[in-house]
Design a protein around this ligand. Structure first.
Ligand SMILES: *[C@@H]1O[C@H](CO)[C@@H](O)[C@H](O)[C@H]1NC(C)=O
Ligand SMILES: *[C@@H]1O[C@H](CO)[C@@H](O)[C@H](O)[C@H]1NC(C)=O
Ligand SMILES: *[C@@H]1O[C@H](CO)[C@@H](O)[C@H](O)[C@H]1NC(C)=O
Ligand SMILES: *[C@@H]1O[C@H](CO)[C@@H](O)[C@H](O)[C@H]1NC(C)=O
Ligand SMILES: *[C@@H]1O[C@H](CO)[C@@H](O)[C@H](O)[C@H]1NC(C)=O
Ligand SMILES: *[C@@H]1O[C@H](CO)[C@@H](O)[C@H](O)[C@H]1NC(C)=O
Ligand SMILES: *[C@@H]1O[C@H](CO)[C@@H](O)[C@H](O)[C@H]1NC(C)=O
Ligand SMILES: *[C@@H]1O[C@H](CO)[C@@H](O)[C@H](O)[C@H]1NC(C)=O
Ligand SMILES: *[C@@H]1O[C@H](CO)[C@@H](O)[C@H](O)[C@H]1NC(C)=O
Ligand SMILES: *[C@@H]1O[C@H](CO)[C@@H](O)[C@H](O)[C@H]1NC(C)=O
Length: 884
């Protein structure tokens, strides 16, 4: 590799007259005892300082003291409430690292026994409270003794992924374990492990997180490698090769090692070395402090930056020039800034006491961005200093002033990334902070380069201000009909469900996962957009139309039905409660507006009804819109929150959500038909009443009603009887038994009349077929027989001279029917309506006619009794008159 061809020497370190970030606030913290800062951990809204009290050259006091620095400047005192073995406090074996954004990890060795010494990791919360203690690995024994040097834990930058534990297994092999998540004992779970080999014995390595839970592993091959454990400083060495491997612990793969730099220039050595990357940039880079030793023994130093992609291909090498640099670099650090970019800090020794700290802000690609204007009164007298930043836009520097105090100097943090915190994203629709109309169904994202879809998700959340974001839709990036790309491949259009933005005046945000999108040319996965960057609001008002309470049906899948049946009886109602709660979250809607009723069966699937109450206040969605949204959410459940809850995931997507139509809406034709029927009968009644006022013409209604009721009973048994468990048998019994009894009764009444009533017999001889017909019809209700005597419409056939006795039989027979037919049937109808979820004409009409008939009978019985009472009264009156 010809190095000089890569050199693009640009003057980057301008002499800035006025530093950009110059207003500093200082807080001095006095320690009452001799405590010095050993390390700091940046938890975004707070910073944890690890304090130690040195005892002698090699050991510190066996206690882990913490100071918690909050964003508002308040400092709390804490300590880790778990005692790790004392030997860890000598030679700096134990280490503390951040874990996600609320925890600390303490890496330590449990014993000094060569046979059993093992690494453990202690998990504590940020205040030092013990959570768990997890075994990691045995301590390597190299050359007959325990070797703990170079063992480290690397935290991932974001909370989604875990940590990488690395240790020298032998002189030339580094073994790693990837750990993430907590098991039921709250121990950290070991997910995967592997090995990386080194070119030089104990060659130093760095591990640094990349995107999607992957890490880059950098090592270099050099005779005078900077090694914490083996101190050597021979500036004549010329062999220097940097290797990079790309570890994918979740996917269980490794790419590399790739050589990214190889020095062939004589008398050039590398003094210090840092590498950086951000999730945001497509590449990583390393900065090397080069030391060229001239013949006159005066060494000259400069910084060299090497940029490379995850594939190992180096695309840029440049030299930061313009930097006077003859001093000893004690410390070189690269700090990832919250709003993008880096702070590169160099601690140089200018004379024996005073150290000189210099800082430079770099952008995401590692290029010069600005100088860091340090406080003018800054004196870094110790080697310790720490840089950090809060997510409130403050950057700070912590220095140890003396043994009893330390100082925090803070200033504003430069905002290097764009508002999406992702330099690849150019703009979006909706724009950050903009308003979109509710039910917007397209969003689009424009990138700064041609892109293509990859695999991870685009996820839309509603921010309900209570801190719990509501998932609205999650769309996997793999190409589908939801997506389309613009002609230049730079804009992605996404069709979202209309139900996604369904709340007016609500806050929404969209999260793009890392590797949802790839660079079209290099195929490199691109970083996404984190939560709370792409925020916007919906505007518009709800359709102010009021929609009354309504209901609809949905179905459980075959699996869901099976799950429900296998639940113990007492868990079944709990399941529905949970289902209701989850539906309320998925729509989203106030849970008090929903009610679920069980169940009907259709083709082995449970069908449930959901009642939706009308909205209580203006900001809520009306019932009709809720029904429309719910249907869409269920039909598109793959990407909607319906599939996110384990209960709602049992809902059948193909069935959707069907509104149970308003009864009168759906059955208006049936009802019109019935009305026409009633009017027709009424007209007929009117006509015949006018012509033959003497007849009991009202029987025409009773007759129609009784026949209709019977027809409906039969239809009901045939069509609906098997829809609800346990309805069929009783309805058959309460239909067949009364019918049979009625027929027997009517036959015996007729027979009795024939034999005992001469007038009737005479009439009967002329009208046998009519009598036969009515005897059978009387099976529906014995009162039908009364028609024979009614002279309805003046038809002479209907003037049968029935005896008073027979009339009384009919009366009592009909009274019996009340208990064996009408009341039981009404009860069955009511039970049925209560147990079913769908309205239908047949059960409704059956219920209606049963009720009318029953009411009619009861009322007529009451009248009859009154008449009877009156007769008795009159008789007794008469007898008293006679008596007096
Ligand atoms: C720290 O100590 C110095 C000198 O002893 C004193 O001037 C300063 O007020 C103290 N600061 C605090 C915050 O106690
Ligand atoms: C430092 O102190 C520890 C604990 O008191 C002691 O075991 C160790 O020998 C001391 N080391 C030196 C170098 O004095
Ligand atoms: C962030 O917190 C610091 C306290 O450490 C405070 O001084 C600063 O004003 C805060 N910055 C913003 C932008 O709120
Ligand atoms: C250290 O841990 C190892 C592995 O769990 C165990 O075998 C050993 O007994 C432990 N030693 C001590 C002193 O606890
Ligand atoms: C291992 O031991 C051998 C012989 O004692 C010694 O030459 C070698 O330098 C040692 N290696 C390390 C890495 O300590
Ligand atoms: C977006 O793209 C335009 C045109 O290519 C460019 O001028 C602009 O700087 C880009 N904006 C961002 C924020 O990247
Ligand atoms: C983004 O989407 C909106 C709404 O669908 C559309 O009007 C607009 O033209 C799109 N913008 C681009 C740059 O394609
Ligand atoms: C993407 O979303 C699906 C569900 O829609 C989920 O199962 C998957 O885990 C998500 N992928 C990532 C990387 O979050
Ligand atoms: C966009 O991508 C498609 C498919 O990957 C490709 O055929 C087309 O040439 C690309 N267009 C541009 C302008 O890069
Ligand atoms: C859903 O998950 C919760 C908690 O994870 C569990 O308690 C519940 O039993 C699950 N319900 C179903 C229907 O699987």
């Amino acid at each position: 590799m010809n190095l000089s061809s890569y050199f693009i020497t640009i003057a980057i370190f301008f002499l800035l007259i006025k530093p950009l970030y110059s207003s500093w606030n200082n807080i001095i913290y006095n320690e009452t005892e001799r405590l010095v800062i050993a390390q700091t951990f940046d938890l975004r809204d707070k910073t944890i300082l690890h304090m130690t009290r040195p005892i002698n050259e090699t050991c510190v006091e066996a206690k882990i003291d913490l100071r918690i620095l909050h964003q508002n400047g308040i400092i709390e005192v804490a300590s880790i409430d778990y005692q790790i073995p004392e030997h860890n406090f000598c030679n700096g074996i134990f280490q503390i690292k951040r874990y996600q954004l609320n925890y600390l990890l303490v890496l330590y060795v449990n014993s000094t026994d060569i046979e059993s010494a093992s690494y453990y990791v202690l998990l504590v919360d940020y205040e030092g409270k013990f959570i768990s203690n997890t075994y990691l690995a045995p301590v390597s024994v190299i050359n007959g003794s325990l070797y703990t040097c170079g063992t480290t834990i690397t935290s991932y930058t974001t909370e989604e992924y875990g940590i990488l534990f690395t240790t020298y297994e032998s002189e030339t092999v580094v073994s790693w374990s990837y750990l993430d998540g907590l098991d039921d004992k709250r121990n950290i779970i070991k997910i995967n492990n592997g090995k990386q080999s080194l070119k030089t014995p104990f060659g130093p390595y760095f591990v640094s997180p990349r995107i999607e839970g992957n890490f880059i592993f950098i090592t270099y091959d050099s005779m005078n490698a900077e090694n914490k454990c083996v101190e050597s400083n021979d500036p004549t060495d010329i062999r220097f090769i940097v290797y990079v491997s790309y570890l994918k612990p979740i996917m269980n793969g490794v790419d590399g090692p790739f050589i990214i730099y190889q020095s062939t220039i004589p008398h050039l050595s590398v003094d210090k070395f840092v590498c950086g990357n951000t999730r945001m940039s497509m590449s990583s880079f390393c900065i090397l402090v080069m030391n060229s030793v001239k013949a006159n023994k005066k060494s000259k130093k400069h910084l060299l930056k090497i940029s490379f992609q995850d594939s190992g291909s180096v695309f840029n090498i440049e030299k930061y020039s313009n930097l006077k640099f003859d001093d000893n670099v004690i410390k070189l650090e690269l700090y990832n800034l919250y709003y993008g970019g880096f702070l590169l800090s160099l601690l140089k020794r200018t004379d024996k006491i005073i150290n000189n700290l210099q800082g430079t802000i770099l952008n995401n690609d590692g290029n010069y961005y600005s100088n860091w204007g340090l406080p003018t009164d800054l004196k870094v007298t110790q080697e310790f200093y720490a840089i950090g930043d809060f997510n409130n836009g403050t950057m700070y520097l912590i220095v140890q002033e003396d043994e009893f105090s330390w100082k925090i100097s803070s200033s504003n943090l430069p905002r290097i990334s764009n508002d999406y915190n992702n330099p690849c994203v150019n703009k979006t629709f909706p724009l950050i902070g903009s308003n979109v109309w509710i039910s917007t169904s397209q969003i689009n994202i424009t990138y700064n380069m041609p892109v293509t879809l990859s695999i991870n998700n685009f996820t839309i959340y509603q921010d309900d201000n209570n801190g719990v974001p509501i998932l609205r839709q999650s769309i996997p990036g793999n190409p589908s009909k939801v997506f389309s790309l613009s002609n230049d491949n730079r804009t992605i259009h996404i069709n979202v469900l209309e139900s996604t933005f369904n709340k007016p005046n609500a806050n929404y945000y969209i999260v793009i996962d890392d590797n949802a999108v790839k660079d079209l040319i290099s195929n490199q996965p691109l970083a996404g957009v984190g939560k709370n960057y792409w925020n916007f609001e919906t505007s518009g008002i709800n359709d102010d139309k009021f929609a009354d309470d309504s209901s609809g049906t949905f179905s459980l899948t075959a699996d869901g039905t099976k799950y429900y049946y296998n639940l113990p009886q007492d868990r079944k109602s709990e399941f529905f409660l949970q289902l209701k709660a989850d539906l309320a979250k998925a729509i989203p809607i106030d849970i008090n507006r929903l009610d679920i009723k069980c169940c009907e069966f259709d083709n082995g699937q449970i069908i449930l009804i959901l009642f939706i109450k009308c909205k209580m206040n203006k900001n809520e969605r009306n019932v009709i819109d809720v029904i429309k949204d719910l249907d869409m959410l269920i039909r598109e459940k793959e990407t909607s929150p319906i599939s996110w809850f384990n209960t709602t995931n049992f809902i059948d997507a193909t069935f959707g959500f069907k509104q149970t139509h308003d009864f009168f809406d759906c059955y208006k034709f049936h009802i019109i038909g019935i009305l026409i029927g009633i009017i027709t009968i009424g007209l007929i009644y009117y006509c015949i009443k006018k012509k033959y006022p003497k007849g009991k013409n009202i029987f025409i209604f009773k007759f129609s009603l009784i026949l209709l009721d019977f027809a409906l009973d039969i239809t009901f048994i045939l069509t609906k009887g098997n829809k609800v468990n346990g309805i069929l048998i009783p309805s058959i019994i309460f239909c067949v038994v009364p019918t049979t009894i009625n027929i027997i009764l009517s036959i015996s009444i007729v027979l009795q009349e024939i034999t005992k009533n001469k007038n009737f017999y005479k009439w009967f001889k002329n009208n046998t077929s009519i009598v036969a017909l009515f005897t059978i019809l009387a099976g529906t209700d014995i009162e039908i027989l009364n028609i024979l005597t009614s002279q309805v419409a003046g038809i002479m056939i209907f003037n049968a001279p029935i005896s008073v006795k027979a009339e009384s039989y009919i009366f009592w027979g009909s009274f019996l029917g009340l208990f064996i037919e009408d009341i039981p049937q009404l009860i069955i109808q009511v039970i049925y309506i209560n147990l079913t979820v769908t309205y239908d004409t047949i059960p409704f009409l059956t219920l209606l006619t049963s009720a009318i008939i029953l009411a009619n009978k009861i009322v007529s019985r009451i009248y009859y009794s009154i008449i009877q009472l009156n007769i008795k009264k009159r008789m007794s009156n008469m007898s008293s008159i006679v008596g007096s």
